[in-house]
Design a protein around this ligand. Structure first.
Ligand SMILES: C[S@@+](CC[C@H](N)C(=O)[O-])C[C@H]1O[C@@H](n2cnc3c(N)ncnc32)[C@H](O)[C@@H]1O
Length: 212
């Protein structure tokens, strides 16, 4: 069987996952070292690249995107490039923060605006928008699940961590973007619990041509 090729866009927050505390090296170096440690040298490559510039064609068996499209302006264009990067039979696996389908009241809209500002997202798509973009990219949707219940706890835990005296102390001298980011944990928790936001998990296939 030929080796499978998977691309993980907007990979991990590698500083956080580094087994070497206080490691100031670049994320690429840290990732390369981690891969070596796990015996994966030569089987993985790490690149620093803007997901907006994805231009591969028919190359990957899986395009895997966890919480990246929220940060992009042109989500439909990104999904279309992700589809083009797949080989026939390949799978797009995408998780994203979603805005609730249907109209929102004033307070809901303001809450989403605050989340987007704090979390550096130009906008959030709805579940039906993602389904429309995936289908328009020529992929067949296999699952489009709402997994909010499985992930929303993160933000309640985040809120608790922020209350710790040591974190409060760090925040006193943190940059304003960091403070805005941390302040939006409350908004994330509220948006999920109030149904203004949800968490979507999508899997879609690039069908093989019929005569293949
Ligand atoms: C919410 S984090 C998710 C990180 C990771 N996927 C995970 O699940 O732990 C969003 C990630 O998207 C990345 N990101 C934002 N805009 C991007 C872009 N234009 N191209 C590539 N990555 C981007 C950020 O650097 C950040 O690591």
């Amino acid at each position: 069987m030929r080796p499978r090729r998977i691309v993980h866009l907007a990979g991990a927050q590698l500083e956080v996952h580094s087994p070497w505390p206080h490691d100031q090296s670049s994320p690429i170096k840290i990732a390369t070292r981690c891969a070596r440690r796990h015996g994966l040298s030569g089987r993985v490559q790490f690149r620093l690249q803007d997901a907006n510039d994805l231009s591969n064609e028919n190359e990957f068996d899986c395009v895997w995107v966890i919480e990246c499209s929220e940060h992009l302006f042109d989500k439909a264009g990104f999904i279309s490039h992700a589809a083009a990067a797949l080989r026939p039979g390949g799978v797009l696996a995408l998780c994203a923060w979603l805005r609730a389908d249907g109209p929102l009241g004033n307070s809901g809209r303001l809450l989403i605006d605050r989340v987007c500002r704090g979390m550096l997202c130009p906008s959030l798509g709805t579940k039906s928008e993602y389904c429309k973009w995936i289908t328009a990219a020529g992929l067949s949707i296999r699952t489009a699940d709402d997994i909010t219940a499985a992930v929303s706890k993160t933000w309640h835990l985040g809120r608790k961590i922020v209350q710790k005296p040591i974190v409060q102390k760090i925040l006193m001298t943190a940059e304003s973007e960091t403070v805005a980011f941390v302040n939006s944990f409350n908004d994330m928790a509220e948006a999920y619990s109030g149904g203004v936001m949800s968490y979507g998990m999508f899997a879609a296939v690039k069908e093989r041509p019929r005569d293949e």
